[in-house]
Design a protein around this ligand. Structure first.
Ligand code: NDP
Length: 278
């Protein structure tokens, strides 16, 4: 039986510490969430962030636009938020409608307020191992592994998924932690042979049951970042790992739900508090 990497419990502990810290601030740390268009999953993620912000004592402003909004209007609003001393963090909920240029919109965010760590300044900081804002999911994964005393230095970590949002920043951050990292993606041949060579597997693909008993071996630590809605309302979710068949084999495994998801949310607010302090 694997030890479960209980992100839910750790997120509650870290939220309590964060709430105490925020209660001592003279003003409320404030996050703006920009949402453009109607993606049902985005509604669910934003709702969670708003609820968490309320519980922590942070202020969350939800700025919603219709999908036909002009890019310039959104960018002008972001510039205003950049100038506003009462706003400490700005995130753009992805994905965006295809008619908009995602990069131009994200690059408009002041890197000091980019609490998702997606602007090129923060990406470069991560690439060069300089101090900067690390994307929340990446930060959550590493915090979870360290909490369970999983050795990262010198470990061989196989990251499955190479998106700019999760796979690549996670791989970079783990290299900065002195791990040896292999990145796999949809064109990787013999995935199961590669994943078996890892001390740790981090999977972030959104493909249900991609990681099966054939991909793992005894002693491994598996972190499942994937989210796959198994009901239309998004209330029931599962991950990339075939939990039932993998769990008896490996040493540690993060469940979905209750693993990386809650860690991502608390890490976002940790980034907000860092931005507030600075
Ligand atoms: P993307 O769709 O942007 O990236 C998915 C990645 O998975 C791609 O690199 C893709 O490869 C790779 N992939 C797809 N199929 C396979 C396959 N058969 N074998 C190996 N690799 C494959 O998704 P994101 O990175 O944004 O998100 C990944 C998952 O993580 C999603 O389920 C998302 O919902 C979830 N997520 C969870 C968070 C959390 O807090 N728990 C936060 C953010 C995301 P290629 O590049 O070749 O197409």
């Amino acid at each position: 039986m694997a030890i479960l990497l209980n992100g839910k419990e750790l997120a509650i502990q870290r939220s309590e510490a964060l709430r105490e810290e925020i209660s001592l601030f003279p003003t409320q740390p404030t996050l703006v969430i920009i949402q453009i268009g109607n993606v049902p999953e985005s509604d669910i993620y934003i709702k969670r962030k708003i609820q968490s912000g309320e519980q922590l004592g942070a202020k969350v402003i939800h700025q919603k636009y219709d999908s036909d909004i002009s890019q310039e209007v959104v960018m002008d609003d972001i510039r205003n938020y950049n100038e506003d001393q009462n706003i400490h963090g700005i995130i753009v909920q992805l994905p965006l409608p295809e008619n908009l240029n995602k990069n131009s919109i994200i690059e408009t965010i002041n890197p000091k307020k980019d609490v998702d760590g997606l602007t090129s300044v923060n990406v470069k900081n991560l690439t060069c191992n300089n101090l900067g804002i690390i994307p929340a999911t990446t930060k959550g994964v590493i915090t979870l592994l360290k909490h369970y005393s999983v050795e990262l230095v010198g470990a061989h970590i196989v990251v499955v998924g190479r998106s700019s949002l999760v796979g690549k920043p996670t791989a970079l951050a783990l290299i900065n932690e002195n791990a040896t990292v292999t990145i796999c993606h949809s064109q990787t041949k013999n995935l199961e042979e590669i994943t078996k060579t890892g001390d740790i597997i981090i999977t972030a693909t959104g493909k249900q049951n991609l990681i099966t008993a054939q991909h793992v071996q005894e002693g491994q630590v598996i972190v499942d970042v994937g989210i796959h809605a198994i009901e239309d309302d998004g209330k029931k979710i599962t991950g990339d790992v075939d939990f039932k068949n993998v769990e008896p084999i490996v040493e540690m495994l993060s469940p979905v739900p209750g693993g990386v998801g809650p860690m991502t949310v608390v890490s976002l607010f940790e980034n907000l508090v860092d931005a507030y302090r600075k």
